[in-house]
Design a protein. Structure first.
Length: 302
């Protein structure tokens, strides 16, 4: 059964990875291809950019036997939810490459375990409004995008605003960490491939890729946008996940961050044999354990 389920998600578990913005604007699949109930939302940012988002209500999964009919496009699952029952909700933040199609696999196991899930695409990604990026490895507008999505989430029916969690990886982990510190709505956070600050990350990237430059917006030089500085203000539950062999966001960065976080609930999982992304990402190397740890963390802290 496990192998059958994995076969449906194999393409979604092998996104490419980069430190540098590489948007993908095409959805090869959508949640309907996996028999999932969802709503597509258009989120307007404070600077009037429209972002695309998918909201998955907590739900029972369809049978694996019928999955192929949804994959082939012959069936679409109707959105039938009792929105008077408010559920805990997880907002998932993508990295700096691909689009939220690759997050369907995460939404699949979370929404089948009693959680609503909201995924979204940054401006310029997926079917969000087009945006021209410069040469920076991150966009400061990502902070604006996240704020708009979170503002939308707290007003959705069926969402328990006292039980909102977040997950992000790589660039998405960093933006999620900033928002976790500044937004009281997020009660618990899981980050994978986290780093201490952009200045330190760039020093590391320059060693790995000396042939290219790694510029970033100057806002990330401010202490208010350095994870290692804002970590001291975090008192909410945090789980850090990093690959043992991650050369882009090495485990030493997560260890350093953990030492600064002031929460009574803080944990670090270093995944043996894992790297940063692609087919050696922690969630690939330890997919079953990854799901269990996520569910266990959120069930205890939301």
């Amino acid at each position: 059964m496990r192998n059958t389920v994995l076969s449906y998600f194999i393409i979604l578990l092998f996104p490419i990875f980069a430190f540098g913005i590489k948007p993908d604007t095409i959805y090869q699949f959508t949640p309907k291809n996996y028999g999932l109930m969802y709503k597509e939302l258009k989120v307007k940012t404070s600077d009037n950019i429209l972002l695309n988002a998918w909201f998955y209500p907590a739900q029972e999964l369809i049978s694996i036997d019928s999955m192929k009919y949804y994959q082939e496009g012959n069936l679409t699952r109707n959105y039938v939810v009792d929105e008077s029952i408010k559920k805990p909700t997880i907002i998932i933040c993508d990295g700096d490459v691909n689009n939220m199609m690759y997050l369907i696999s995460f939404a699949y196991f979370l929404c089948s375990n009693g959680y609503n899930v909201l995924t979204f695409d940054w401006r310029g990604f997926g079917e969000s409004q087009k945006w021209t990026f410069d040469d920076n490895i991150v966009s400061e507008e990502f902070i604006t995008d996240y704020n708009a999505v979170l503002d939308t989430l707290v007003n959705l029916p069926g969402v328990d605003n006292n039980r909102i969690g977040a997950y992000g990886f790589s660039t998405g982990a960093y933006i999620s960490f900033i928002q976790f510190s500044g937004r009281k709505e997020i009660k618990a956070l899981v980050v994978r491939g986290m780093f201490t600050s952009y200045p330190e990350a760039v020093k590391n990237l320059d060693l790995i890729q000396p042939e290219r430059k790694h510029p970033y917006p100057s806002i990330f030089d401010n202490d208010d946008y350095k994870a290692i500085e804002i970590a001291k203000n975090i008192t909410k539950p945090v789980l850090l996940i990093v690959g043992e062999n991650d050369d882009r966001t090495p485990k030493e960065m997560s260890i350093k961050l953990l030492s600064q976080i002031n929460s009574f609930v803080r944990d670090l999982w270093i995944v043996k044999g894992a790297g940063h992304g692609g087919n050696i990402a922690p969630e690939i190397i330890e997919w079953d354990n990854f799901k269990l740890r996520m569910i266990d963390f959120f069930s205890q802290n939301l």
